[in-house]
Design a protein around this ligand. Sequence first.
Ligand code: GDP
Ligand code: IMO
Ligand code: MG
Length: 419
Amino acid sequence: MANAIIVGMQWGDEGKGKIVDLICPAFDGVVRFQGGHNAGHTVRFADRHFSLHLIPSGILHPEMQCVLGNGMVVAPPAFFAELERLEGAGVRPGGRLFVSDRAHALLPWHVELDQAREAALGAQAIGTTARGIGPAYEAKASRHGLRLGGLGSDRLEQVLAVEHAKVGAEVSALGAPAPTPVAEVVRLCREWAERLDPLLADTEALLAGWVEEGRSVLFEGAQGALLDLDHGTYPYVTSSSSTAGGACTGSGVPPTAIDGTLGVLKAYTTRVGGGPFPTELVDETGEFLRRRGNEFGTTTGRPRRCGWLDTVVARYARRLNGTGALALTKLDVLDELDELRVCTAYDIDGRETRDFPADLARLERARPVYRTVPGWRRDTAGTLELEALPEAARAYVHLIEEEVGARVDLISTGPRREE
Ligand code: GDP
Ligand code: IMO
Ligand code: MG
């Protein structure tokens, strides 16, 4: 049976949650391998609507086993709140939800630091989700972070004192209020340890067992390739590895056990927060996409920046993720447009390039080179056969396949599972 990774091909919010929910019945389990509750994955079916942040979107299928992998940073209050919302909606995660004891705890200090830093950056702010993601990964990389398995440790005070001192010095230099006292965080950790205990597992060993038994695993990426800490538009990125490589380090499953990747590509482009975005539209077409595509953040409610499809970005993401197959989402959002533009190259300082530049300053000077194609001006919502799509819509799909160099295996024309 196959093990596959789902990755976002742009700057997040491509519709990964919907695609995971749609295809996961072909797998035995779903694993999140990076990020935290900065992610917001929306799933709709029939008249139901769910927003998932930490828990894999597979949880909505009653038989699906779900894992929060070691590569994640987990804020226990956000996790418990999500669990309660799911249970309140009739979802039963008992016995099939496992949380890695190696995942790192996201502490109140990380949120305080994230917010103080963003405030201090002013116009240069990254536009983070203000959830403490960067500082939590920083504590992990600095080797004084706290793993979920250590929440009840006897050495808790000692470990936390180091982090408290570091955060305290920085927020004080930034002129922000003093961090939550150590004693309060110790109390919280002990409470969380007790509540999390039944769900904590050595998920690396668990997954190794599944792979050995021939059970198939779907890896649910959060964020998108262009927000990857190494390969994204640094420093306007998140603090984890959101490209396919992250699935191995973030789960403990080796690359030799993984069969392929499926890239989720939105039929146009969006981005939340700061940073370069060559095809951004700050006109009424951008406003039209935002409204028709309901482009407001699942996590923060912020309006998303919108623009034309950028195949320079998608080609780069295809290369990074080794994506042979694409799921194209939100095609229906383009239904009413007379004509569409697709960016196929950048003009940087008078020279045309089809490659995504590593240097942020060059990217900021990039002017998109567009191909203009006719719109279809017909309702595509809920179309289930490729042949039933308007000819201009099929031509748009073929253009994407040609420019990106990957097959479009799935087309989504509405937010619901049925579409
Ligand atoms: P994710 O973070 O990649 O899982 O994506 P989000 O859930 O944050 O954002 C995608 C949004 O688009 C959600 O509100 C989905 O319900 C919605 N959506 C997904 N696929 C489609 C589609 O094909 N058409 C339309 N109109 N909406 C879609
Ligand atoms: P999903 O999984 C879109 C963006 C933030 C900000 C940058 C860093 O729903 O696609 P962070 O809080 O991670 O330190 O913020 O990354 N960002 C996302 N944008 N979708 C997401 O997740 C995102 N997660 C983080 O807006 O620009
Ligand atoms: Mg999202």
